[in-house]
Design a protein around this ligand. Sequence first.
Ligand SMILES: [Zn+2]
Length: 357
Amino acid sequence: MNAGQSCDPPVVVGVDVGGTKLMAVALRGEEVLGAAKVPTPASGLGVLDAIVNLVDDLESAGFLTDALGVGAPGLVDLEGRLRFAPNLADADGLELRAELGSRMGLRRSGLLDRKAGGPSRPDQTMGSQGPDIVIDNDATCATAGELALGAMRGVRDGLMVTLGSGIGGGIVVGGNLFRGAHGFAGEVGHMVIDPGGPMCACGKRGCFETYASGNALAQLAREAAQAGRGAAILERAGGSIESLRGEHVTQAAAEGDSEAEALLARLGWWLGLGLANLAGIFDPQMIVVGGGLAEAGEAVLGPARLAFAELIEGARFRPPIPIVAAALGEKAGAIGAAVVARRSLLRARRAAMTGDG
Ligand SMILES: [Zn+2]
């Protein structure tokens, strides 16, 4: 009997660990069964518990998770350890895969007790410990999502950047994700574009993300407010300069505030510069821009395209490279984490079948 054809499509949960929120989706095939989000806890251990709770919340709809994928910001190694996470408090060295494995196992045994006689599922490969768990970089996951189900379907060579609290990146070469020798490829947010620039959370100065991320936009808004500009933006932060965040700018711009539009245009110029540098190296068919800041749409992508055309080598002599918004929106990272986990699960099932003869 072919077990691969006899079982239902697996249910996979993907979690995107962002600087401000954790977004989770449950996926079966291409269908999103459910989604949930919570603010990002202030510690790595808090993040672990929040992920387990999100899975639990999603499973209350009546399914059991076959595989769990988690996209985490920073350097995620091939063993699922978060080695360095400049934009996530107290998370350097976090053993995400191992810690989540034991927590999910404990939770699962409790769940199975509680729901005895409840949902059953074929347990052909995993035993009853808990779901298969895969950890990857958050932007790599978002790229996997856009490649499988979004704007990059069918693309052979492409780039994605995610503009959140920081900037992440994903590289597609020959239709596959490029991960590098240690799993760290695509950390585009920390390429230095101005050695004398602002301090970055990573400890260097003038990284790309100090100019073109959500945090950079918040900084631009604070500087504008200190100079007495941007009243409509400041109003959205309750009048507090310290509370200003990138989304206050994008909200004000969406309602036509000219100062907010000017700040987004400035950020867009830096985005265009960074993308031109990257396109010079990778020569992509297209560039996808995701993350929370991409919700600003043309207010940031328009200026980025202009700067890109101005700054890339020999723009007039090469085919245009489309710069488009992520099709999966704010769920790209979570959906992509689920896609990555499903791929790993199916690979493990195939290997188990082959091993069994
Ligand atoms: Zn940096």
